[in-house]
Design a binder for this molecule. Sequence first.
Ligand code: PGA
Length: 267
Amino acid sequence: MEVVVKEDYQGMSRLAAKIIADVVREKPRAVLGLATGSTPLGTYKELILMHKEEGLDFSQVVTFNLDEYIGLPPEHDQSYHYFMNENFFKHINIPPGNVHIPNGMAEDLVGACEQYERDIKEAGGIDIQLLGIGANGHIAFNEPGSSLGSRTRVKALDEKTIEDNARFFEHMDDVPKFALTMGIGTIMDSRRIVLLANKANKAHAISITVEGPVTALVPATIVQLHPRATIIVDREAAVELERPYRDTPHDLSEAVAYIQRQKGKDS
Ligand code: PGA
């Protein structure tokens, strides 16, 4: 697992966007796993800029979002369908048919979850999964205590999440109580993970995620076991980390240059 500490939110967002853009440039049919929430907004802004200014092409890209509330139609302004359209998809050239977000209006919810897993497989698997993290260490709607091997499924929302969301709805009855979410096992199957965190309220979750033991009580800790995970945080989210971390991803060219210098000494 690689940990990169950037000075601020913009630095974090720029690096995340560059990593994703590199994947898309190398593989135009890349399968991207995407997240909602305030954290990835800057990353989407940077990717939109790259599309508009540098011609970054999403015409063959396929996406799968992590989760969606049950019972909110796609046009509801609190749905993740709406969020993704407003903040990303409508600004880039991705064909609508290439976008996948769990269907929180499905009559057969279990069937919809199974189909989502099949769709990911049929698309060739997720090349890179973008993740935020909750202050309690959740990833997607996998709250503390979720099975570390779980697949896409229905989850009841924590009381705290329901309370936090109440402000966005007129009546308490309208606040979603359930969601469809990729499981932790689904997320771990992606070929690469980029987890982002900014602000001080994430510092504790990040310290356990990076340096603590792997535990279902902090679902994000599972990324320690992923063969290719990058955690990018701003200074504030890094304050509880014990060890020093770099501000740039590891670059093999440094190691190659070192070998060259050592060889030069021998000859
Ligand atoms: P946030 O949410 O980006 O709005 O902080 C992250 C999450 O809960 O996964």
